[in-house]
Write a protein that binds this ligand. Structure first.
Ligand SMILES: *Cc1c(COP(=O)(O)O)cnc(C)c1O
Length: 387
C-alpha cells in the first residue's frame, strides 16, 4: 500500500520512477531471517533480483549473505556491506577474470556448473597458490511447475553438472595435487514456484544425493537448496510477504541433513518483489475500434517481465480518490516502446483514466529495475525511497 502522504510527494516527481518501500523491505528481510534462524538455516540474498545499492545496504545490514552471478555483482555486494565469506558465486559462464576476482576476495563458495569450469577454477587457484572452495550444482530433474523460461532444474536446462560428469568432478577434487575443497552441494530448480509440493520433492532429491555422496565417504559441510519461492502478484496488499515460517518448516520436515551439515538458501524474489512499484503517468488515452488503450510513459524498457514472459503485475490507478468517480473502464495498458509486446496488461479494469493520472505497477521490486534497458534511448530511471 502506498500512503497518502507518499502519494502527494509522488505527484511532484518525474516519471517513470521506481518506488521502494524500505520499511516493508526491512520487515520482510527480518521475518525471513528470524524464520530461518529458528532452524539454524542461512540465507544468501540473490543479488540479481535487485542490485540497487540502497536495497543491498538494507539487506546486508540485517546480516544476510549474498548469492552473485557475476564478478561485478560480487564487487557491488561487498561495497554495499556483504561479507566476502558469505558470498556464493553461481552461473554457467564464469570468466577467468571473474574467477580470479572471487578467489582474491575469498568468497564462501563457487557454485560450479560443469566439469570444465571445475578444471579451470582448479588451474587458476593453483596458479594463484590459493585453495578454491566449491559446491557442485546438481540438476535434480524436477519440474518446478512454473513458466518454462524460469524453470532451471530439468535435464533439458543448461544449468548444473551432468550426471555423467559427476564422477570425474569428484576425481578431480580428490586428486592429490588439487587446489579444490568441496564445501557443498547446490540445487536451484526455478523461480516463482507457488506449488510447494515441488519443494518437498526437492528435499527428497537432495536427501538422495546427500546419501550418494555419503556412500562415497563424503559428508559435504553445506547443502544449498537455492531459492525460487513464488510471491502473490495478484494481491500484494493482502499478502505482502510469503509465509517464511511455513516455508522453512517444510524443509525442516523433509530435508535430512547430517548433524554437522549446514542448510543454505538463496532467496531473491520473495525478499524484494513486493517492496517495489513502478510508478508511471498516463500519456494518452486512445479509443480503439474494439478496445481502449491507456498509453503510459513507462514501458518494457523499465519493466521487462510482462513482455519477456507474459508475467502478471497488478496495475492500479493511484490518482487521488476524490478526483475519480465509481465509473470503471477496461483498458489495455501499454508502454511507448516500438514493440507490440510492450504491454503491461490486457483488459484491465480501472477508474476512467485521463492524461496525467498516476499508475502503479505493483510487485516490481524483483527482476524489474535490474532488467531495465536503454532501448529507444530511454532516459535514466528515477527513484523514490520511502524511509
Ligand atoms: C536466480 C537465482 C536464485 C534466486 O531465485 P528467486 O526465484 O529470485 O528466489 C537463487 N539461486 C540461483 C542459482 C539463481 O540463479
Amino acid at each position: 500500500m502506498i500512503s497518502t502522504t507518499i502519494l502527494e510527494q509522488l505527484h511532484q516527481v518525474e516519471t517513470p520512477l521506481y518506488y521502494y518501500n524500505l520499511p516493508l523491505l526491512r520487515a520482510t528481510i527480518s521475518t525471513a531471517k528470524k524464520a530461518a534462524d529458528q532452524w539454524g538455516y542461512h540465507i544468501h540474498y540473490a543479488v540479481k533480483a535487485n542490485n540497487n545499492p540502497r536495497i543491498l545496504q538494507e539487506i546486508s545490514a540485517l546480516g544476510l549473505g549474498a548469492d552473485c552471478v557475476s564478478g561485478l555483482e560480487i564487487e557491488r555486494a561487498i561495497a554495499q556491506g556483504f561479507q566476502a565469506d558469505s558470498i556464493v558465486f553461481a552461473g554457467v559462464g564464469k570468466t577467468e577474470e571473474e574467477i580470479r576476482l572471487a578467489l582474491n576476495r575469498g568468497i564462501l563458495a563457487f557454485n560450479v556448473e560443469s566439469l570444465e569450469e571445475l578444471q579451470i577454477i582448479n588451474e587458476i587457484a593453483k596458479m594463484m597458490n590459493v585453495q578454491a572452495s566449491v559446491a557442485l550444482r546438481i540438476n535434480p530433474n524436477i519440474d518446478a511447475n512454473t513458466h518454462h523460461y524460469i524453470t532451471t532444474g530439468l535435464d533439458e536446462n543448461k544449468f548444473g553438472i551432468m550426471m555423467h560428469e559427476l564422477e570425474d568432478c569428484l576425481a578431480l577434487i580428490c586428486a592429490g595435487e588439487s587446489a579444490l575443497i568441496l564445501v557443498g552441494l547446490h540445487f536451484h530448480i526455478g523461480s516463482q514456484i507457488t506449488d510447494w509440493s515441488v519443494f518437498k520433492r526437492l528435499c527428497l532429491k537432495v536427501n538422495e544425493w546427500n546419501t550418494w555422496f555419503i556412500e562415497r565417504g563424503i559428508v559435504v559441510p553445506i547443502l544449498n537448496v537455492g531459492g525460487g519461492v513464488g510471491i502473490n502478484y495478484q494481491n500484494p496488499d493482502g499478502e505482502p510477504m510469503v509465509n517464511f515460517s511455513d516455508f522453512f518448516a517444510l524443509f525442516h520436515r523433509f530435508l535430512e541433513p547430517k548433524r554437522e551439515q549446514q542448510v543454505h538458501f538463496e532467496l531473491g524474489r520473495s525478499l524484494v518483489a513486493n517492496c517495489g512499484s513502478l510508478i508511471s503517468r498516463v500519456l494518452y488515452i486512445k479509443k480503439g475500434i474494439t478496445k481502449n488503450f491507456a498509453i503510459l510513459d513507462a514501458g518494457m524498457t523499465e519493466l521487462l517481465r510482462p513482455a519477456l514472459y507474459q508475467a502478471y503485475h497488478k496495475i492500479q490507478c493511484i490518482a487521488p480518490a476524490e478526483t475519480k468517480g465509481d465509473a470503471k473502464e477496461i483498458y489495455d495498458v501499454v508502454g511507448p516502446i516500438c514493440e507490440s509486446s510492450d504491454c503491461f496488461g490486457k483488459k484491465v479494469s480501472l477508474p476512467v483514466l485521463v492524461r496525467g493520472d498516476l499508475i502503479a505497477i505493483r510487485s516490481a521490486g524483483a527482476y524489474g529495475e535490474v532488467m531495465s534497458s536503454r532501448y529507444n534511448l530511454r532516459k535514466p530511471l528515477q527513484f523514490y525511497f520511502e524511509e
